[in-house]
Each structure stands twice: as structure tokens, then as C-alpha cells.
Design a protein around this ligand. Structure first.
Ligand code: GTP
Ligand code: MG
Ligand code: ZN
Length: 296
């Protein structure tokens, strides 16, 4: 058996595009029927073993290796890091979706980087205040990098965060995920879309997730943007563990299984009163908790 190891870049209809881990060569592989019979499908980021058919240029997937983790939105395996890309305007920031994506990343124990893109658009006072508010909320919890594809601000800092990791970009349609990747490597030529003037939203330009290899060392998944996000697979009682800044109050509430919503003597609510936890994060925690309650 002469199987080689590769990582899945893309899965489309019946073909799996992989990159050999030794040679970095890209190979199209077919997926034998036995996987289909067992309803096993590779996903982007999967490590696989494959063999090469000498007669054709195609490879054949022989084995899909056990996943270290698996994010369901976007659907990607074996990540080290989630890069949440957002803007303040064009499109307008949606803090509920931001907090949902962050909860999903925490569930999978991923490192998180927040990228605030299109910083060049924030010229007037109100927009700048919105940006300050955003940074004030999130930079206490996660690293936040402000970027612009136009001015190239902080693209070098972004590269440092991405180096030698497997990361996925995630965020609303139109925030500039593909644009930032094109800025990091102009040879990529990923499709970029406009923002609908009428709706102020992106037009879902990227339609499939694809793992991209960068010469500075590292893989990044470009993903289709969200317009909405329903959380599945998270139980309401575990949600509190996915709000990172709540962790330091763990064990200090009167009730050991405190939901931090209605119970008296709650250390998280006390921290909220003392401005140690942001109102918007706490409100979104309650909103998501109620959404998950309804799902049951
Ligand atoms: N002014 C400004 N415009 C930007 C910036 N980054 C991206 N854009 C524009 O925003 C629009 C959307 O960019 P995309 O890269 O397609 O956004 P996306 O997040 O990949 O969108 P989806 O693929 O739909 O999820 C394009 O018209 C870009 O030119 C930026 O830093 N500043
Ligand atoms: Mg895109
Ligand atoms: Zn509590």
C-alpha cells in the first residue's frame, strides 16, 4: 500500500480536491462508493490518505482520518483558529450574529481573532464612536485587528496571526472575507461582490467553502457569508461556558448551576452592574439562551 497524506481543500459533487502534505501538489481524487454507502463525506480541512492511479491523473480517497474538531457553520474540520470578520457599516454590524459565531468557536475550543474590516469607511464622528464601542466590548475578550483592503492597514498584523495555523474566516456576506484573502495573496483572484445599495447587504458572492494555502505558511478557509445564523447543537445550559468573560465568575454565584439569568446572588449579574461585563454581550447571552430554550 502506497498511501499518501493530504488535506481536503474542496469537495464538489463527486470530486475531492486535496493538497499533498509533503509535495504541496494539488490532486483531484474520487471518492469510492464504500464511503457513500456509509454516508461518510469528507469536509474541508479533513486529513485523508489517498492513492494515485497511474493510468489517470486522479487520486482515490482511501481513508478519512479522525477529526480534531468540526465546526458546523461554516462546515470545516481540524481548525486551530476562527477569524471573525466584521464591519461597522456596509454591511452594518450585527452583534447578535457576532456573539453566536463566537459561541460556536468557543464550543470547538478554537483560538479566535476578530477582524474589523473596511475601517477606511469610518470617517464621521458617529461611525468612529460605533467603532470605539465595538473595540471596547470585544478587545477585553479577544484580540481585535482593524483592517482595510484599500489602505492595507494592519494586513501585516493579520498575516502574523494566520501564520502556521489552519484558520477559517467567518462573517456576514459582504464584510470583505474574500477581499482580505486576495489582499494577503493577490494571486488568488477570489471573486469579490458588491454591496447591494438598496439593502446594504452582501450578495453571497462566495458560494462554497475552500481551503487556501498561503506561502507565508498557513491554511485559511474562505467561506460563504451568513445572513442569519441559527445555533444548533448547543444546549441552553452549556451556553454560559461559551461566553468567555463569564468564566472568571464560575463558582461565585449562589447557585452552582446558575444560569446567570433569574437567580439571586449571581456573580455574573453583579459583574454586569459593575461594568465588568458588557451589557450588549449579556443581553445577547439572554437572547440566545431564550432562542435555545424554544428549540427544545
Ligand atoms: N471600502 C472598503 N471596501 C471593501 C473592503 N474590503 C472589501 N470591500 C468591498 O466589499 C465588497 C464585498 O467584498 P467581498 O470580499 O466579496 O465580501 P465577502 O465577505 O467575501 O462576501 P461573501 O462572499 O458574500 O460572503 C466588495 O465590493 C469589496 O470591494 C475595505 O477594506 N474597504
Ligand atoms: Mg466571499
Ligand atoms: Zn450566575
Amino acid at each position: 500500500m502506497n498511501w499518501k497524506k493530504a488535506i481536503v481543500l474542496r469537495f464538489h459533487s463527486d470530486m475531492v480536491t486535496v493538497q499533498d502534505l509533503k509535495s504541496n501538489q494539488k490532486i483531484n481524487c474520487y471518492l469510492p462508493g464504500k464511503f457513500k454507502l456509509q454516508k461518510i463525506r469528507p469536509i474541508v480541512g479533513d486529513y485523508v490518505e489517498y492513492s494515485v492511479d497511474k493510468k489517470s491523473d486522479y487520486g482515490r480517497i482511501e481513508n478519512i482520518l479522525k477529526r480534531k474538531n468540526e465546526l458546523y457553520r461554516p462546515k470545516v474540520a481540524n481548525l486551530d483558529q476562527l477569524v471573525l470578520v466584521t464591519t461597522i457599516k456596509n454591511p452594518q454590524v450585527d452583534l447578535l450574529i457576532v456573539d453566536k459565531i463566537l459561541a460556536l468557536a468557543e464550543k470547538e475550543r478554537l483560538d479566535v481573532l476578530i477582524v474589523l474590516n473596511k475601517i477606511d469607511l469610518l470617517k464621521d464622528y458617529l461611525d468612529k464612536e460605533k467603532m470605539k464601542r465595538f473595540i471596547n466590548i470585544y478587545s477585553k475578550i479577544y484580540p481585535v485587528v482593524t483592517t482595510s483592503k484599500l489602505t492595507k492597514e494592519n494586513i501585516d498584523t493579520l498575516e502574523k496571526y494566520l501564520k502556521d495555523k489552519v484558520s477559517t474566516f467567518a462573517g456576514l456576506s459582504g464584510v470583505g472575507k474574500s477581499s482580505l484573502l486576495n489582499t494577503l495573496d493577490p494571486n488568488l483572484n477570489l471573486r469579490e461582490g458588491e454591496i447591494s445599495e438598496k439593502l446594504g447587504r452582501g450578495k453571497h458572492t462566495t458560494t462554497y467553502a475552500e481551503l487556501l494555502y498561503f506561502n507565508f505558511g498557513g491554511f485559511i478557509v474562505d467561506t460563504p457569508g451568513f445572513s442569519n445564523l441559527e445555533l444548533k447543537g448547543i444546549k441552553k445550559d452549556e451556553l454560559k461556558f461559551y461566553f468567555k468573560e463569564f468564566q472568571e465568575y464560575y463558582g461565585f454565584c449562589n447557585y452552582s448551576n446558575c444560569s446567570h439569568i433569574v437567580e439571586p446572588g449571581c456573580a455574573v449579574k453583579e459583574a454586569l452592574k459593575n461594568n465588568l461585563i458588557s451589557e450588549s454581550r449579556y443581553e445577547n447571552y439572554c437572547n440566545i439562551y431564550r432562542e435555545l430554550e424554544k428549540d427544545k
